[in-house]
Design a protein around this ligand. Sequence first.
Ligand code: CAA
Ligand code: FAD
Length: 387
Amino acid sequence: MSFPLYAPAEEHDMLRETVRALADEKIAPQAAEADETGEFPWDVYKALVAADLHAVHVPEQYGGAGADALAAVIVIEEVARACASSSLIPAVNKLGTVPLLLSASEDLKAHYLAPVARGEAMFSYALSEAEAGSDAASMKTRAVLDGDHYVLNGAKMWITNAGVSEYYTVMAVTDPSAGARGISAFVVEKSDEGVSFGPKERKLGIKASPTRQVILDDVRIPADRMIGEPGTGFKTALATLDHTRVTIAAQALGIAQGALDFAIGYVKERKQFGKPVADFQGVQFMLADMAMKLEAARQLTYHAAAKSELAMHGQPQKDLTFLSSAAKCAASDAAMEITTDAVQLLGGYGYTKDFPVERMMRDAKITQIYEGTNQIQRMVMARQLLK
Ligand code: CAA
Ligand code: FAD
């Protein structure tokens, strides 16, 4: 009998060291400015591509590094420790391409995954709409067959890295009478005629990752750009989230680790009442709780990543849906608490932009909202428990 191992292998530890070194040298120094300007960090993208860390999950047969799900988690975690916005480069490249890996034809995979692996194109994922967020199946964007083409009309909202990505997995209704079973998934290119983008949303955090509408105005694409069969798009979209909620958990872990590390360094230096504030038990207990919550969430995330890896390779895991929601929920709730406590531990200085913890606290908040709010994660978990 064999059991899946989720303890990181030596290769994972080496990968973590590599990413941390790159993040310390090239990503952390630009994080505050990127947060301030809201500009997409192209230098970070180039550095990640040069190190082949921008989309490690792409299988070798499509020119990628072929790294496992735990490796992808470690990359995202370490980049997020330095800059949450930048961690959306590997995370969203994975989110955009998992629908293809799960359901697309070989031709589509070969055509679209290779440029991502080479760092020539990024891939976004477009499920949400202005009136269809948690209730994603109520989307209105339409795709109508016309000869050997589909014509897409509608607007996808909140799309991460919209405008900087070349490619988009777009979910659209092909049969309005069939509900969730009438939704199909397509690859849309930025250069397709009729594609445009809304203004950048003005956000609380992850400011250097553009969030924009993807507007589809009579976008005519070849019918073979459909991912899988007609009517399977919603299932592909949800099956994708089973894998990628783990990557949002990773982002949350990284943000939280960055805040904890900074707070530990600070409390050892900062003196009040004639001694470092780290000497006070009230401070020590806070640190212990922060690290405990983080490690618990990390173990859950790595366990979910191991399940994701097995499921990606032909071994369906009955508990993946539960575990990926649980990991995302636990890690994001932990990140919100840990970053808030980090601000607290820096006192008034923590509340200023002179230190990175206030940015980390703002960045942490989104992890409780996207890829399904944490209420939706709890709903998904409960459905799994009760079915
Ligand atoms: N895998 C495959 N299929 C699944 C599935 C899964 N995990 N979960 C459900 N399905 C199937 C169901 O079996 C059903 O198919 P049948 O009709 O053939 O049985 C179909 O999908 C519809 O399922 P439900 O009836 O459960 O669907 P629902 O309308 O009740 O919605 C939901 C389910 C969980 C609420 C879903 O809408 C959801 O997850 N909402 C949150 C939206 C979300 O997470 N958006 C993320 C956007 S991406 C993002 O935010 C980007 C970013 O982070 C950077
Ligand atoms: P709503 O669904 O309107 O929810 C409002 C409130 O009601 C929430 O608190 C919610 O939890 C609660 N609620 C709703 N239904 C229930 C229920 N049944 N039970 C209990 N509570 C409920 N989407 C993409 O497709 N691609 C992306 O790349 C992407 N990136 C994003 C980036 C950012 C910065 C943001 C803010 C969003 C992004 N999203 C993306 C969309 C994101 O997934 C949605 O915002 C999210 O799923 C919630 O949908 P909503 O905003 O419409 O909230």
